[in-house]
Design a protein around this ligand. Sequence first.
Ligand code: ADP
Ligand code: MG
Length: 702
Amino acid sequence: MNTSDTRRLAIHLPITALAGVGDALAQKLHELGIYRIFDLLMHLPRDYEDRSRRVNIKDVQHGMSAMVAGVITKITPSRTGLSVILEDESGVIELRFFRVYASLKNTMQIGEKITAFGEVKISRFGVQMAHPEYYITGKKQFDDGLVPIYPAVKGLHQNKIRQLIRLAMQAVSSEGVYCLSTKELRLAGFGDMTEDVFCALKQIHLPDERADIFAQTLLLQGLKNRTHPACRRLIIEELTAHQLSFLYRRKNLYQHKAPRCVLKSPLADQLVQSLPFGLTNAQARVISESVRDMITSRPMLRLIQGDVGAGKTLVAALTACHALDAGWQVALMAPTEILAEQHFINFQKWFTALGIQVGFLAGKQSAKERTAMTTAIANNDVQVVVGTHALFQDGVVFAKLGLVIIDEQHRFGVEQRLRLTDKGATNSTPHQLAMTATPIPRTLAMSMYGDMDVSVIDELPPNRTPVTTITINRDRRDEVIERIFVNCKEGKQAYWVCPLVEESSTLDAQSAELLYEDLCDRLDIRIGLVHGKMKPADKQGIMAEFKAGNIDLLVATTVIEVGVDVPNASLMVIENAERLGLSQLHQLRGRVGRGSAKSFCVLLYQMPLSPTGIERLNVLKDSTDGFVIAQKDLQIRGAGELLGKRQTGDMGYYLADIIRDEQLLAAAQTIAHHLLETPDKQGLAQQIVDTWLPTAKAYVNA
Ligand code: ADP
Ligand code: MG
C-alpha cells in the first residue's frame, strides 16, 4: 500500500470529519495540539476518577472525589443558586448549584433518587459537594466506572472530550490502526506484548473496572505513570516510528551526491605543524572518523561530542582542510555573534598564513559589508566562511559548498540545520559536521539525532588543572570582590558573570551595566563589559582587549557561555548561580582552566536555597565531567530544560519520554532496522511513520 492510500484511513482524517465537530470546536482542539483523528486517540488521560463505587455519605472525606446516591429531602433556592439536601441510609450531604437552569429544576424534586459525583468539601458549613455531576438514579447520564480525566482547555469540558474520543474510537474501530505485529515485537524481546495499538488505546481510554479495590488502584497507577503494558505497547510503537523516520531521512540523504574530499591533506599537515602543541589522540581519531566519511560521495552527517575545552574548534579546522584541499568551500556556523567572531579570528590566524581566505557573515553587519561578503562567497573568493545563522539566509549563495560545520549544534533546531545543507551546488549535498559540548547521554542522542553518526572526543588536552569550584553565600560578596582585586593585581584575569537568562534581553544588559558600574566604583583595575545588546564591533573590541590582556576583569552576561577562549583568564565569579542550569554553569566554568594557571570558579548563591538547589550546586563542586553533570541535570530538570525547548519540541512525542523510556529505545531501534531491511515490510513501516509523524515527510524531502 502506498502513502496516498494510507491517507484515506480514518486516523488521518481531520477532526472535522467527526459528526458534530465544526470550526469552533476544531479550534479548541487545535489548542490541545489535536488536528487529526489519530491525535484525538493519542490525547491520553492525565488521570482517572474512580466512579465505579458508590460511597456511603458518612464515609466521604474532605477533598475526595466521590459518588454518592440518596433521596432528595430538601431544596432551598438561594440568591446565588440552589441548595439540595441528599440523604442515604448513612448520612446527609448538601449539593450546591450556583446557577439554576431548566433541567436542574426538573430533576431536583423532593423525594427524587439522585446519584451525584463531585469533590467533597467538609467545613463548618457541613458536608458539601459543589456543582456535582448528577443523574436520576437508574437513568444513567454521566460516565461512571473508571472515568478518564483529560488535559483540557478553557471552554472544552471533560464530558465533551470524552464524547469526542469515543466517537474517534468508533470511527477507527473497523479499520484499526496499522501497527507492529507480535512477530516484530518478539524480535525485540516483547513477544508477550500481544495487544495491538488500537486495543491498547481502548484499555487506556476505557479501562475495565477491577473487582478488587487493590488491583484497581494498581491499574490506575500504571495507567497514570505509563508503566501499564498498554502504555508500553504504544511507547514502543512511537519510538519505532521515530527511529524509522531517522532511517528514512538518512536513506534519503544518501540518494544525494556529496563532494568528494581528500584523504591526505597537505593543508592539514601544515596547520598541525604551525601549532605549539600536538593533537590529542581523541582529536586525531575524531578527525579521521569524519574524513573517512568525507572521501566518499555519500553526504556525511556526523555529530561530534566533546566536553568543554576538549578542542573542538581545532578539530573543525583540520577537518575543513580535507574539503579545502579538494577545492570546496567550508561554512562554519555558530549560535552567537561573539562565538562566531572568535572562530573567525582563530580561523583567520590559522588559515590566512596558508593562503586560504576566511570570510565573516553575521546579522548585524552593514548592508555594504554584507553585499561584499555574499559576492565573495558566490565567486569563491573566500573559501572558509564563518558566521551566525545569517549564513543560511536566502541571499547567500555559495560557489562550491562542500562542508558545513555547526558549532554548539544543540542551540539550533533541526530545520535550521537542514536549511544550510540546501546551500550546496546543484546535485550536490554538502557534508555536515555538528559539534556540541552538551554531553548528551547516549540514549538521548539516539532519540534526538538518530540519523547522525556520533564521534566523541573523550579526552582533554594534557596539562589542564581542573577548575576548583567554590560555592559562597552572596552575603560574602565583598570578600569575593576583594579576592578578585588582589588576583587581578597579580596579573591574573577574571570573568564576572551576571545572572541571566536570555542572550540579548534588555533586562540582562541593564543588570550587567549596573554591576559594571558598581565594580568600576569599587575597584581600581581595568574592567570591561560585554552583553548581547552591544554593537558587534564593540563586543569584538572588548573581547580582543581582554584576550590581549588589556582588561583585567570582564563583566559579562551569559553571552560568553559558549566557545569563548582566553587561556590567561583563571577566575570566574557567577552571580545567582542557583538560577542557571547545571550544564550551562559547566559551560560557563569551561571559560577558565584553559591555561596553565590554577583556576577557580566561585558560584555566588542567594538564600533561601531549596534542597535541590543545594544538591545542584554541589554536583558542580564535586565534578568537572560534563557527562556526569549532564546526567544529573537530566535527572533533576528533565530533557526539555537540558536541551532547550526547541530541541525537545522538535522531537514531538505524544507519550514517549526519552528519559523514562530509555530502556525501550534499543528495542525500537532493532525493530526499525528490521522493518526497513525486510522487503514486504516497507508498506507497514511507511504507515507507522505516517501515523505517528505526519510531518516527517517535510523533513525527509528537505
Ligand atoms: P571546545 O571543545 O570547548 O570548543 P576549544 O576548541 O575552544 O574547546 O579549545 C580549548 C583550548 O584548548 C583552546 O585554547 C585550544 O587552542 C586548546 N587546544 C585545543 N587542542 C589542544 C591540544 N591538542 N593541546 C593543547 N591545547 C589544545
Ligand atoms: Mg567550542
